[in-house]
Design a protein around this ligand. Structure first.
Ligand code: OFO
Length: 170
């Protein structure tokens, strides 16, 4: 059974993952508005991936006999200064999520909650991948600078992204 402290922390993470999905959807809208359809596509997929994260925590809390409490999701920003700016904001957000996951791991350790610890290992690995992929795009955008053709090449590449189904935490 989940402790009430862990249940509260996991519910808070459900909200944070929902916010991630919402944020990336807002970024998708921004990118489409500035005619970067490939970027927009990438963020749409990212938003869907975050919903998979939501459901992993959601199902886990229920599987442990806990109570899911859904709370209000903060409104994300609607605009960013540039394509680079939007990806820099995404990277900052992923780093924030990594730190949240780290705190959850510490709590699971402190409580000797091995099942939650096992679930969180999936997220620890996922965050390494997510930070790395966003960081690569930030670096590519910095290299592209103000060269429109380079930006369009990145846009075309990001437009190829497909949704990767999440594998089990087990
Ligand atoms: Fe981006 O990994 Fe969940 O939030």
């Amino acid at each position: 059974m989940l402790s009430s402290k862990m249940q509260e922390a996991l519910n808070s993470q459900i909200n944070a993952e929902y916010y991630s999905s919402y944020l990336y959807l807002a970024m998708a809208a921004y990118c489409e508005r500035v005619d970067l359809k490939g970027f927009s596509h990438w963020f749409r997929i990212q938003s869907q991936e975050e919903m998979i994260h939501v459901m992993k925590f959601f199902d886990y809390v229920l599987d442990r006999g806990g109570e899911v409490t859904l709370t209000a999701i903060e409104a994300p920003p609607t605009t960013w200064p540039s394509a680079l700016g939007v990806f820099e904001a995404a990277l900052a957000h992923e780093r924030h999520i990594t730190s949240r996951i780290g705190k959850l791991v510490e709590l699971a350790n402190a409580e000797g909650d091995h099942p939650t610890h096992a679930l969180l290992q999936w997220f620890v690995n996922e965050q390494v991948e997510e930070e790395a992929s966003v960081d690569t795009i930030v670096k590519q955008l910095k290299m592209a600078g103000d060269v429109p053709v380079a930006l369009l090449m990145i846009d075309r590449e990001l437009g190829q992204r497909t949704l990767t189904p999440a594998t089990d935490a087990s």
